[in-house]
Design a protein around this ligand. Structure first.
Ligand code: B3K
Ligand code: ZN
Length: 879
């Protein structure tokens, strides 16, 4: 177990490594009761470091068997081993160190380093897992060439993989065999990977832009043989896209993807050997929803894109994590936009950002995208680093324009190939390529908190001038107050009453200004005038969500309704609908059950349901009411049951009023013909399942029949799950129980589908009250050692079933604190993530916040708390 008195690590303490590693030769002897790791490090003093000082290697839970320096065994008094650091005071300028360690992958429940999943050996080394394998200077700015020999029983582990290209293989005594891999590209240890198992190999090829043939391989358990095709195709699309859009060609001769069931996160970009959580790579029409297919495409692309943004050019230290993650999320988001609908992709990204990242940025764990300190780096794989980091890169892209941005990224890759660099190096490359001064822009990397942009307007009829007064303010966050104004690209447009876009003339002389403009806000207040108007316009603000900020403007419901049907910016059209729905729901908070719902909202939705001219994918997004989590995020002193009730009231009112339209929508969008994954087909499935969901929300008998029929005849998981979810959230208890039982029986052999089955129940206010959640934990398919199962029950309950979790009796909080404590002993990383719903206790009304705080205190008082949970809980309670 790790120390329970964690140290804070500061960016300002960064020092270059004292010693460098040129070559790592690894030999793994894998056995059932453990593994012996022989590591030969060819090292030298770093000429850039101050002379003197001991050699220090990181280690975690290792048993040291022997240590040799330049061929001589080191006696115990020649080094100090304090558990997490091995120090050798006296080493020459160049030397070879041979370290032999014994580890126990079969008992590794933290899933960091080398561990076993479904009988196979696999690794996860980012961020600091390599030190659980052997002693090593485990920091990303130490880059070395790796040669890895893996030895194991040939019958049980016929497939032996590591990074790079296979260079040697053969049989050994006792039915064992070996394969040796060599990776020609120097890399940090966090990109090391090893896999050994009885796996099925799926092969394909890709010809790069320069005509090189790359072997593509997927390794999966034999039962998953029919679930590889989609990921393999997505990989080829990603490889082509990165060549075309970023000029990036793949560099090794072989690219491998392995699927493992037990994995702490989605996937990992190890050089040439990406390892995926099964749920983020395996898919078939029968078992994966459309959302899962889209997630798989995005994650396959994301990990592949890391080969350049992350691997060829890596991070100097972990404070720079957003250098690779923000940039790579931006890249995968551009890719997904290109593969489907850019507007829909933007809506999805912004929904996540505004619901969860804004919440993080306003909470006790708020940090800049380049944090200044951390206790446990694993806690910093956050929405801020990833999603806000991507938004910051997107702003650069928008400020510079695609061409300059590409010049900047070319310069960045060329200048820093093979190096470990900083976010500042990235911005400098953009600056140098474009000639733009990004000094103020850099504040986005240093200051935490979501800027609030407040807009006021007035219209001077006599002169035909429309004036926007725009102020920005950045809220205080832990450790940061009195922030400086940031450089905000603020895209706007103006519409006249006929819904036409008006030219944006910034002076009386300008006659035909563009209809879209990106205003660059750099001061805390700007006053911008638009000339030559003949009527008061309706402003369309922050088009396409041009910056990760909160916009405050006193929209009237008329304006929102108008923008909802006229704004040429698809994103703002959706956003206007969301703002209107938020306004309507908020006005019903605490209202009587029979209080009427804004009739114009109902008519706007009726219009959406009837309008077959509109992009149906956008319609499907516009029909979704703002989530409870988003409504909580927007409120102070949140009272979740009241928010839940108000939202339910709107949903039910819409369903009753639009019953005929919903039935017609379900009917109109039935699939005739083969299952397709086109945007159009996905939109159809989405629309018919929304219709079904709404109708079952009001216990409509006809919809019940349709749902049961859909469950019966569905030829794909989207429809099957859509019908199941609708039933589970209805009041038809007997049908719901039967459908759940049938579904489980049919798919009990498929872990990914069982996870869906768990999460449909855990997220339902009908089927996911605490006693039912407790029952799910007793279900034979539930497994505490499998992070996906934990997430699909405990994580979904606390994160998505808000009404049940925030039970006024505090039972939800008590439950979560118990599960966190339980998991902390086996998998601290997952335990720390689960704490998240409690961390924002200050946001809720006193009845809730007091009990949430008490739950955090119970976790704090657990003995031997891991560093991971310690950091989250202590920071949440502080201040
Ligand atoms: N880089 C990994 C995340 C590793 C998380 C370690 N706790 C996956 C990704 O972002 O691509
Ligand atoms: Zn990533």
């Amino acid at each position: 177990m790790r120390t329970n008195q964690p140290q804070t690590i500061y960016l300002s303490d960064y020092q270059v490594p004292a010693y460098l590693v040129d070559q790592v030769d690894l030999r793994f002897e894998l056995f059932e009761d453990g593994a012996r790791v022989h590591s030969t490090l060819t090292m030298r003093r770093n000429p850039e470091a101050a002379a003197g000082g001991p050699l220090e290697l990181n280690g975690d839970s290792l048993k040291l068997e022997s240590l040799e320096l330049n061929g001589s065994v080191l006696s115990a008094d020649a080094y100090q081993d304090d558990g997490d650091k091995l120090a050798i005071p006296d080493v020459p300028a160049e030397f070879q160190l041979v370290v032999v360690t014994w580890i126990e992958p079969q008992n590794n429940t933290r899933l960091e380093g080398l561990y076993k999943s479904s009988g196979m050996f696999c690794t996860q080394c980012e961020a600091e897992g390599f030190r659980c394998i052997t002693y090593y200077p485990d920091r990303p700015d130490v880059m070395a060439r790796f040669r890895t020999r893996v030895e194991a029983d040939k019958g049980a582990y016929p497939v032996l993989l590591s990074n790079g290209n296979p260079v040697e293989q053969g049989d050994l005594d006792d039915g064992r065999h070996f394969v040796t891999w060599e990776d020609p590209f120097p890399k940090p240890a966090y990109l090391f990977a090893l896999v050994a198992g009885d796996l099925l190999e799926k092969k394909d090829t890709f010809t790069t832009c320069s005509g090189r043939n790359i072997d593509l391989r997927m390794y999966v358990e034999p039962r998953n043989s029919d679930k590889c095709e989609y990921a393999m195709d997505a990989l080829k699309r990603s490889m082509r896209w990165d060549e075309e859009v970023y000029g990036r060609e793949y560099d090794l001769d072989i690219f491998m993807i392995v699927a493992v069931d037990d994995f702490n996160m989605g996937a990992m970009e190890n050089k040439g050997l990406n390892i995926f959580n099964s749920s983020c790579v395996l898919a078939s029409q029968d078992t994966a929803t459309d959302a899962a297919f889209q997630r798989i495409e995005a994650i396959v692309a994301h990990e592949y894109f890391h080969n350049w943004s992350g691997n060829r050019v890596t991070c100097r230290d972990w404070f720079q994590l957003s250098l690779k993650e923000g940039f790579t999320v931006f890249r995968d988001s551009q890719f997904s936009a290109d593969m489907g609908s850019p507007t829909v992709k933007r809506i999805e990204d912004v929904t996540l950002l505004r619901t969860a990242q804004f919440a993080e940025d306003a909470g006790p764990m708020a940090h800049p995208i380049r944090p200044a300190s951390y206790m446990e780096i694993t806690n910093f794989y956050t929405l801020t680093i990833y999603e806000k980091g991507a938004e910051v890169v997107r702003m650069l892209h928008n400020l510079l324009g695609s061409e300059m941005f590409r010049k900047g990224s070319d310069l960045y890759f060329e200048r820093h190939d093979g190096q470990a660099v900083t976010t500042d190096d990235f911005v400098r490359a953009m600056e140098d390529a474009s000639g733009r001064d990004l000094a103020q822009f850099r504040l986005w990397y240093e200051q935490a908190g979501t800027p609030i942009v407040t807009v006021a307007d007035d219209y001077d009829e006599a002169n035909g001038v429309y004036r926007l007064t725009i102020k920005q303010a950045i809220p205080d966050t832990p450790g940061q107050t009195h922030k400086k104004p940031q450089h905000i690209p603020f895209a706007v447009g103006l519409l006249n009453t006929a819904g036409e876009s008006l030219p944006l003339n910034l002076s009386a002389e300008e006659q035909r200004g563009p209809v879209d403009r990106v205003l660059e806000l750099t001061e805390s207040e700007h006053c911008i005038e638009f000339h030559g108007l003949t009527e008061r316009p309706v402003p369309s603000l922050l088009r396409d969500f041009s910056a990760p900020v909160r916009v405050r403007y006193p929209w009237t419901r008329e304006q929102l309704l108008f923008l909802m049907s006229h704004d040429p910016d698809g994103f703002n059209r959706w956003d206007a609908g969301q703002r209107l729905a938020v306004d309507v729901i908020q006005s019903l908070l605490g209202a009587a059950k029979d209080d009427s719902v804004e009739p114009r909202l109902i008519e706007a939705y009726r219009h959406l349901l009837n309008d077959s001219e509109l992009d149906q994918a956008l319609v499907a997004k516009m029909l979704l009411l703002p989530s409870e989590a988003y409504l909580v995020e927007l409120s102070d002193q949140a009272d979740v049951p009241a928010i839940h009730a108000a939202r339910e009231q709107v949903l039910k009112c819409l369903a009753h009023a639009l019953r005929d339209e919903l039935l017609a929508c379900h009917q109109r969008n039935l699939d005739r013909g083969d299952y397709q994954l086109s945007s159009e087909a996905i939109a159809r499935r989405s629309l018919r399942n929304i219709a079904l969901g709404w109708l079952l929300h009001i216990d409509d008998e006809q919809a019940l029949t349709l749902a049961l029929e859909q469950l019966e005849i569905a030829d794909n998981m989207t429809d099957r799950l859509g019908a199941l979810r609708a039933l589970v959230n209805s009041g038809f208890a007997a049908e719901r129980d039967r459908a759940l039982a049938d579904f489980y029986q049919r798919f009990s052999d498929d872990p990914q589908v069982v996870e869906l089955w768990f999460s449909v129940q855990a997220s339902s206010d009908q089927a996911g009250q605490l006693p039912q959640i407790q029952q799910l934990l007793q279900h034979p398919a539930f497994d505490w050692k499998n992070p996906n199962k934990v997430r699909s029950v405990v994580g979904v309950f606390a994160g998505q079933n808000l009404a049940a979790f925030h039970n006024p009796d505090g039972s939800g909080y008590q439950f979560l604190s118990e599960q966190v404590c339980r998991l902390d002993d086996s998998n601290p990383q997952i335990a720390a993530r689960l704490v998240s719903p409690l961390t924002r206790w200050r946001k809720f009304a006193p009845l809730y916040s007091d009990q949430m705080k008490a739950a955090l205190e119970r976790i704090r008082d657990k003995s031997e708390l891991s560093r991971d949970v310690y950091e989250v809980v202590h920071k949440s309670l502080a201040g």
